[in-house]
Design a protein around this ligand. Structure first.
Ligand code: F6P
Length: 538
């Protein structure tokens, strides 16, 4: 099924330049009518150009693209990742009390629950000090070695869940740059450190290289015979974890129907579970499950993932805004933008549709961001006054976790709301002129100074509001974005669950190693690459 954006493009051409403030003037109920709510999450998209007509056209895309049918197919284990012949069932990992889900005729839920129970048991015993290191000491530190989906989710969740951490401290190593593992291991005691090798495939060169370095570090301290007590593995490739010498009891497996960037709900989340405990990890899963249920049952207009996706399509494919900023006013969500970069850009950064033909429109946008208020003092200048429009996705909690610092939370909230208000309202030349005239400027200099202080306004933003960043809420937010990616992918007609675009660079890096080592001459390489090799190696 392919969609046609011509109706929406016509609406954009007709109304695209109209000021969003006019929409508020025309409809006093706009704020509530252009918001959707789910289990304590409020998504406000009223500060966009979307009106009732645009929304109706956007919602019509969902049936044209067959989103409801594809949603059922995903949740029911059909192989919707058809370039890899795989089901897409990260939702099964948080299906804590739902019915069976079949892949190739077999119910996968029993296995999911069994693995979760093993993780719970392992985490409980490590946290209680029942599972100890080779020297009999309790584990105080956990090092998760992984990259991409085997790193970004856990590190983001660990940072987000800091108020709930009452287990071992977690550290994350991802980069193949030796500086990363060096700096992490440098501050740790190998006698009390548990290393988790997190790799779906157990072949990723960065992870395997860092795992070997960690192994050498442990061997130097605890000897060969101690290593098995200090390593756990999270992977779909149990044969490879065995080859690495990891005790099978400390291997937590998952299946190929869990994509790397969708994997933090299962074994890949083990570091987070060790830090916050199985009960809170279960709350995290319950939050995601609540979003799954909402996504499956809410009418489109009230459906947060669907509306978030449609706002994204409106801004990217219809209005032509090539990037979007994710701006959490929540310091502990500092790694969320990086996490969403992989989730959104690895999923929807494609150039052909499911049938292999070229996409007739742009695919996923560039996603970027930083927590507020820090971003305000860095790149917001461009968002307010640059020549390009950058739709912004704000998020903020009603409460922080520091009741004694509630006054700081008030400031945080006021900054968040002020930014979207400023982007909406702007400041006209007349207003700027009045301000500068009061400061004593006159004539041509008054106009020149005033023009620098004009804010065009009419810049679209959305705001996601939650009560407090608990494990449940984090689960809701992440699942919201996962399903947003799903809906956008279905509307665009692409496969959101493969990632062929990462392969070529990996292959070429392998081929370059002997050239860099002087063992191959680099025949067939381009002149620039060869010149850089020469410069780096002489
Ligand atoms: O390079 C991309 C990628 O395949 C991601 O999709 C994945 O999350 C990451 O590498 C890590 O893969 P693995 O968990 O198999 O080590």
């Amino acid at each position: 099924m392919s969609v046609n954006f011509s109706g929406l493009k016509a609406l954009h051409a007709a109304h695209g330049e109209r000021h969003i403030l006019e929409l508020f003037d025309q409809n006093p109920e706009r704020a509530t009518e252009f918001s959707a709510e789910a289990d304590g999450l409020l998504f406000d998209y009223s500060k966009t150009q979307i009106d009732a007509g645009v929304r109706a056209e956007l919602i019509a895309l969902l049936s044209a693209a067959g989103v409801a049918e594809k949603r059922t197919a995903m949740f029911e284990g059909e192989k919707i990742n058809d370039t890899e012949g795989r089901a897409v069932l990260h939702t099964a990992l948080r299906n804590l009390d739902g019915g069976p889900v079949y892949v190739d005729g077999l119910d996968v839920i029993a296995g999911v629950r069994q693995t979760l129970a093993r993780m719970d048991d392992f985490a409980d015993r490590v946290r209680r000090g029942d599972i100890v290191s080779f020297s009999g000491a309790a584990f105080e530190d956990v090092v998760n070695i992984g990259i991409g989906g085997s790193d970004l989710g856990p590190v983001m969740a660990y940072e987000s869940m800091k108020p709930y951490v009452d287990g071992p401290r977690c550290h994350f190593v991802s980069n193949v740059d030796g500086a990363h593992i060096h700096d992490v291991l440098n501050g740790l005691n190998p006698q009390t450190t548990l290393v988790i090798v997190a790799s779906k495939t157990f072949t990723t060169i960065e992870t395997m290289t860092n795992a070997k370095t960690a192994r050498d570090w442990l061997v130097a301290a605890v000897g060969e015979e101690g290593v098995s007590k200090h390593f756990a593995a999270l992977s779909t490739a149990k044969d490879k974890t065995a080859d690495f010498g990891i005790d099978p009891d400390l291997v937590f497996g998952f299946e190929d129907w869990v994509g790397g960037r969708y994997s933090m709900w299962g074994p890949i989340g083990l570091s987070v579970m060790l830090a916050i405990g199985p009960q809170r990890f279960a709350e995290f899963l319950r939050g995601a499950q609540a979003m799954d249920n909402h996504f499956r049952s809410a009418p489109w207009e009230d459906n947060l993932p669907a509306m978030l996706a449609l706002v994204g399509i409106w801004h990217n494919q219809i209005c032509g805004h090539a990037t979007r900023a994710v701006l959490p006013y929540e310091q502990r969500l500092l790694r969320l933008p990086a996490y969403l970069q992989q989730l959104e850009m690895e999923s929807n950064g494609k150039r052909v549709s499911m049938d292999g033909t070229d996409l007739p429109f742009d695919s996923g946008p560039v996603v970027w961001g930083e927590p507020g208020t820090n971003g305000q003092h860095a790149f917001y200048q461009l968002i307010h006054q640059g020549t390009r429009v950058i739709p912004c996705e704000f998020m903020v909690g009603k409460y922080g976790h520091e009741p004694d610092l509630a006054h700081q939370h008030e400031l945080l909230v006021s900054n968040c709301l002020a930014q979207s208000e400023a982007l909406l309202r702007g400041r006209s030349l007349e207003e700027a002129t009045e301000i500068m005239a009061k400061k004593g400027f006159e004539g041509a200099e008054l106009e020149r100074q005033a023009r620098h202080r004009v804010f065009p306004g009419n810049r679209p933003t959305t705001t996601l509001v939650y009560e407090k960043l608990t494990p449940f809420v984090l689960g809701q937010i992440v699942a919201l974005y996962e399903h947003r990616v799903f809906v956008e992918g279905v509307v665009l007609g692409i496969n959101s669950y493969d990632q062929w675009g990462v392969e070529l660079g990996k292959e070429l890096a392998l081929a370059l190693q002997p050239v860099l080592a002087g063992e191959a001459d680099g025949a067939g390489k381009d002149g620039s690459t060869l010149n850089l090799v020469k410069y780096l190696r002489t």
